[in-house]
Design a protein around this ligand. Structure first.
Ligand code: 6PG
Length: 265
């Protein structure tokens, strides 16, 4: 896996690209094609590191991925979760279960040992530490030594109507987490309250971040997130919504939006 040197100034961050689709079916298809293209670009690499979210994303992603099921080499995928609820892997709230049911169990080649679930046999803080250790081991990186951050090929995110992404919620102290790569949260305003989440250092070190936002509940915050320029973001600083603050320092940021969510663009 490639690695990436730490932070860059806002002037070197890519501006968000916005891709708008009339329907969620077209959105899914567009995402599938882009994921396929990324896997093609990485076809000579031994592994493809992905982080997935929950909510509406697994279903939205499934439509497009299933179209490309026989063209993508899923055996190289290492699947992490951008955030995960602190529940068993077969619990209805599990993001792993949602992704497995929607597509991981339906496409060929996925290696179950390369789908990384949360360990709920330990308290949630320890589960986050163990998850971070799994990221380090799979990607050959080390948080402890201050070595370069892991560089996921692709991080796929959703956004809540309050502007949260992963389990990074407006006003929460986790927004300032600069050391841990994976952190725990026990007071998530979106149930269930206990979760683990990737933090900004890892999200912003990714090579590609795709946001999938569909539906009218997101219409008012798209202008404050997807459509926010880097200059406007810099001016807002810590007042910016969590989803807006995902800006890869040397990667691509693409927002896939349907007409309902993008009506105020
Ligand atoms: C979770 C998610 C979360 C989600 C957003 C958007 O585990 O709850 O990962 O961050 O992506 O809440 O959810 P919707 O796509 O359902 O609006």
């Amino acid at each position: 896996m490639g690695t990436c040197a730490s932070k860059k100034s806002s002037s070197t961050m890519s501006e968000p690209e916005i891709k708008k689709y009339a329907t969620t079916v077209e959105l899914s298809s567009g995402v599938g094609q882009e994921v396929f293209e990324l896997t093609q670009m990485a076809k000579d690499e031994p592994a493809f590191f992905v982080a997935l979210s929950g909510g509406s994303l697994p279903k939205l992603l499934a439509g497009g991925l299933l179209e490309y099921a026989d063209k993508i080499d899923f055996s190289k995928w290492h699947v992490f979760f951008a955030d995960e609820r602190y529940v068993a892997h077969d619990h209805a709230d599990s993001n792993l279960l949602a992704c497995r049911t929607e597509f991981l169990a339906k496409v060929p080649g996925v290696n179950p040992e390369q789908v990384y679930g949360i360990d709920i046999s330990v308290p949630v803080e320890e589960a986050a530490k163990r998850y971070q250790a799994q990221v380090e081991k799979a990607t050959g990186t080390s948080a402890a030594s201050g070595s370069p951050l892991p560089r996921f090929h692709l991080v796929m995110l959703g956004m809540g109507p309050d502007g949260h992404t992963c389990s990074l919620f407006p006003g929460h102290p986790l927004l300032g987490e600069a050391t841990k790569w994976v952190a725990s949260i026990s007071d998530s305003p979106k149930p269930p309250p206990q979760r683990i989440t990737l933090t900004y250092p890892v999200l912003n070190a990714a090579a590609n971040v795709f946001f999938l936002a569909a539906g009218a509940s997101k219409v008012d915050i798209i202008p404050q997130t997807a459509a926010l320029s880097n200059a406007a973001l810099a001016e807002l600083g810590d007042a910016a919504l969590p989803a807006a603050r995902v800006r890869p320092s040397s990667g691509r940021l693409v927002w896939f939006i349907d007409d309902a969510a993008g009506a105020k663009l």
